[in-house]
Design a protein around this ligand. Structure first.
Ligand SMILES: *Cc1c(COP(=O)(O)O)cnc(C)c1O
Length: 379
C-alpha cells in the first residue's frame, strides 16, 4: 500500500464492540480481568491502552517500521532512547540540533555518567576520530534545526554499522512524509509528533520507531517502567492528524519554496537558509534522501541589529511569534532567545546560529497572504 493510503488506514480496525470506524478514546486506567492473568491483552493503561495501540500501528507505518512506541512528548521519546545506555557509555551527537535535546543530554544525562561528543556531521567521516570502545550511539537530525544543514543518512549509517553503533535520527523536521531514516539504515527514529505528525498545534506527543524486536522490547520496558506515556485523548489527536500528513506536507513544501525564493530576492534580506536551493551545500544529498524540502526555513536581515530583528519578529500578523513548528498555521521565531536559548551563546555562535537568525515554520495558508504579511513586516 502507498504512503498516503497507509496514513489513513494503518491501525484502523473497526472497534470490535460497536463497529465504530474511529478507535474510541479509551479513557480508562485499568481493564477488568476474567481471572488473575486472564485478560484481553490489556491490564493497566500505563502498560497498554487500545487508543495508543492503534496510534502506534499508524506511527510505525509512517516510517516503514515494524514497531513504534508512543510517548507523552518528543523529549520523553528521546529520553527513553538514551536510557538504553549505562554510565560510561559515550554518544556522538550533531552540534546543530534541537535545544531541548542538547539540554537533556548536557543537564540530565551527563550527570548520570554518559558522555556526549558534539561534531559537525555535514562531513560524515568527522565522526570517526570520536569513536572509541565506549561509544554506543550516534544521534543526528537532518535537516538541522534551525540552520537547515543536511547530513548524509546513508553515509552516517554505514559508519555506524561498521563500528557497531546504534544510529538514532530525530526525523521531526522532515516528517515521515519526506524522509524515512530506517530505510537508509538507521536503527531508531524519534519524532516530536507535536510538530508535523500531529500537525495542528493542539497536542504534545513523541514517538520512537524501529525494526529490531530486541530494541523494541528494551524500549517498551523503559516506557512502562519510567511511565512517560501519553493519555488516550492525545493519542486520538495524533491519530487524527496523521491522516492528512501527506496533503498538508505537499502544501508546506509548495509554500516553503515560494517563500524561500521570495525572501532570497528581497533587498533587505542577507541570507536565506533553505535546503531546496540548488547552491545549498547539502542540496544533492537532500535530493537523494528527501522527497521534498518542507516548510521550514531561516533567514537573516541585512540590518543585523537586535532592534531590527526584534521589530520584524513582532510585526507579522499571520506568522505568529511562537516556539514550535509543523502546524497548519505559520509561525515565526527567534531561535537564539527561544528554542535554542539553552545552548551556551559561545557554542551557538560557533555553530553559525547568530542572534539575528529568524526561523519560519511555513503553514498551509494561501501563500500570497503569507508573502504579503512578510512584505509588510520586513518593509
Ligand atoms: C520540538 C522538538 C523536540 C521535542 O519535542 P516535544 O514534543 O516538544 O517534547 C525534539 N526534536 C525536535 C527536532 C523538535 O523540533
Amino acid at each position: 500500500m502507498k504512503f498516503a493510503t497507509r496514513l489513513i488506514h494503518a491501525g484502523m480496525e473497526p472497534d470490535p464492540s460497536t463497529g465504530s470506524i474511529i478507535p474510541p478514546v479509551y479513557q480508562t486506567s485499568t481493564f477488568v480481568q476474567e481471572a488473575p492473568g486472564r485478560n484481553k491483552g490489556y491490564e493497566y493503561a500505563r502498560s497498554q491502552n487500545p487508543t495508543r495501540t492503534a496510534l502506534e500501528k499508524a506511527l510505525a507505518s509512517t516510517e516503514n517500521a515494524r514497531y513504534a512506541l508512543s510517548f507523552s512528548s518528543g523529549v520523553a521519546a528521546s529520553d527513553a532512547v538514551i536510557r538504553l545506555l549505562v554510565p560510561g557509555d559515550e554518544v556522538i551527537a550533531a552540534n546543530d540540533m534541537y535545544g531541548g535535546t542538547f539540554r537533556l543530554f548536557s543537564k540530565i544525562f551527563e550527570k548520570a555518567g554518559i558522555r556526549f561528543h558534539y561534531v559537525d556531521m555535514q562531513q560524515a567521516d568527522h565522526i570517526l576520530p570520536l569513536i572509541n570502545p565506549k561509544t554506543r550511539l550516534v544521534w543526528m537530525e537532518t535537516p538541522t534545526n534551525p540552520l537547515m544543514n543536511i547530513v548524509d543518512l546513508a553515509a552516517v549509517s554505514t559508519i555506524a554499522k561498521e563500528k557497531n553503533l546504534l544510529l538514532c535520527v530525530d526525523n521531526t523536521f522532515a516528517s515521515p512524509a519526506l524522509q524515512n531514516p530506517l530505510d537508509f539504515g538507521a536503527a531508531i527514529v524519534v519524532h516530536s509528533a507535536t510538530k508535523y505528525l500531529g500537525g495542528h498545534s493542539d497536542v504534545i506527543h513523541g514517538c520512537v520507531m524501529m525494526n529490531d524486536a530486541g530494541l523494541r522490547d528494551q524500549l517498551y520496558f523503559i516506557q512502562k517502567s519510567c511511565g512517560a506515556v501519553p493519555g488516550p485523548q492525545d493519542c486520538f489527536l495524533v491519530l487524527r492528524g496523521i491522516k492528512t500528513l501527506q496533503v498538508r506536507i505537499e502544501r508546506h513544501c509548495q509554500n516553503g519554496e515560494k517563500i524561500a525564493r521570495y525572501l532570497r530576492g528581497h533587498k533587505s534580506v542577507r541570507k536565506v537558509y533553505w535546503c531546496g536551493f540548488e547552491d545549498h551545500p547539502g542540496y544533492a544529498i537532500a535530493k537523494k534522501q528527501m522527497s521534498g524540502f518542507g516548510g521550514m526555513l531561516s533567514f537573516e536581515l541585512k540590518n543585523e541589529s537586535p532592534e531590527e530583528t526584534r521589530r520584524v519578529l513582532s510585526s507579522t500578523k499571520l506568522f505568529s511569534l511562537a516556539e514550535s513548528l509543523g502546524g497548519v498555521e505559520s509561525l515565526i521565531s527567534h531561535p537564539a532567545s527561544m528554542t535554542h536559548a539553552s545552548i551556551p551563546k559561545e557554542e551557538r555562535i560557533k555553530n553559525g546560529l547568530s542572534d539575528s537568525l529568524i526561523r519560519l515554520s511555513v503553514g498551509i495558508e494561501d501563500v500570497d497572504d503569507l508573502i504579503e504579511d512578510l512584505e509588510n513586516a520586513i518593509g
